[in-house]
Design a binder for this molecule. Structure first.
Ligand SMILES: [Zn+2]
Length: 66
C-alpha cells in the first residue's frame, strides 16, 4: 500500500517537457518526464532512438552534449 501511495505522489508532482531531439535537432520531439529537476525513467526519441537516461538533471545533461 505504501508503494502505491508513493507512485501516486510521483505522478502528481511529475511534469512533462517536450524538447528537441539532441541528436537530430528540431523536428524530432522527445517527451521527458521530470520531477524535482531530475528525469523519471528513460526518454527515447521515437525517430532516431536517442535515449535520455533516468535520474539526470535534464538541463545540465543537454548542456554536456554540446
Ligand atoms: Zn531523435
Amino acid at each position: 500500500m505504501i508503494a502505491f501511495a508513493d507512485c501516486q505522489d510521483v505522478r502528481k508532482m511529475a511534469v512533462i517537457k517536450e524538447i528537441d531531439c539532441p541528436e537530430r535537432g528540431a523536428g524530432e520531439g522527445i517527451e521527458v518526464f521530470e520531477r524535482d529537476n531530475r528525469t523519471i525513467g528513460h526518454s527515447v526519441c521515437s525517430r532516431c532512438g536517442f535515449t535520455i537516461p533516468e535520474d539526470v538533471a535534464l538541463e545540465s545533461y543537454l548542456e554536456e552534449l554540446k
